[in-house]
Design a protein around this ligand. Structure first.
Ligand SMILES: N[C@@H](CCC(=O)N[C@@H](CS)C(=O)NCC(=O)O)C(=O)O
Length: 217
């Protein structure tokens, strides 16, 4: 199995987290997002979306973190990261969708603008619309939704951690890199601490030093 990834990509980090939790081996292939390698002919031939993560397992090519999480967790049952029950699967998928919508266009985008100087999500660097203002509104709203849910749940979907938590964790925990503070959301902060205490948790740069990549705005 080959995982095309970049070390600063939170969507790649979701997969690296699950790979570590499951204790499985993948061959990581770095795609240099900083030199736009994702839009080079070689990578586009593999993934016309021009994005990481990408997982290749024989003939199967999966070009989305949510799909990769479902595939790996489904292939390696036992850790409780996925479920065989349709109602539980639906509860998990509800949070995968939240990660790909509210989180991606909220805290993800704020981090991309503040720390990397780009609007991301396929938009050009000089996109005239105020992407950051929109991302901050979506970011605050999604953190409030999460905080309310986590007030009486330890984990997002089921009684223990699942790929729902894996999918939502990275960009929420990295929200301060986009100048979105987490202290107004104490239940989110407590969930982040629980998640970081899981056995075989691996970190990403920026979790403890949100300013390390700050760009001039
Ligand atoms: N829906 C995709 C989004 C992936 C995504 O946003 N990837 C970013 C890195 S985190 C990327 O490769 N961006 C490259 C680009 O926009 O040029 C997923 O969940 O995997």
């Amino acid at each position: 199995m080959q995982l095309y990834t970049h070390e600063e990509s939170g969507n790649s980090y979701k997969v690296r987290l699950l790979v570590s939790f499951l204790g499985i081996e993948v061959e990581e292939r770095r795609v240099d997002l900083m030199t736009d390698e994702q839009h080079g002919a070689e990578f586009l031939a593999l993934n016309p979306r021009g994005e990481v993560p990408l997982l290749v397992d024989g003939d199967l090519v999966l070009a989305d973190s949510a799909a990769i999480l479902v595939y790996l967790a489904g292939k390696h049952p036992g850790g409780g990261w996925w479920s065989e029950e349709p109602d539980e699967q639906a509860e998990i998928v509800q949070w995968l969708a939240f990660a790909a919508s509210w989180v991606q266009f909220g805290v993800f985008t704020a981090r991309a603008v503040v720390s990397f100087g780009i609007p991301a999500n396929g938009l050009p660097a000089d996109f005239p619309h105020d992407v950051l203002a929109e991302a901050r509104i979506r970011g605050a709203k999604s953190l409030a939704i999460l905080d309310q849910h986590l007030a009486d749940h330890d984990w997002l979907a089921l009684d223990g951690p699942t790929i729902a938590d894996v999918a939502v964790f990275p960009y929420v925990a990295l929200a301060p890199m986009g100048d979105i503070a987490l202290h107004p959301y104490p239940h989110v902060e407590a969930w982040i601490a629980r998640f970081r205490a899981l056995p075989r948790f691996v970190a990403i740069a920026g979790l403890d030093d949100p300013d390390y990549r700050r760009q001039p705005l």
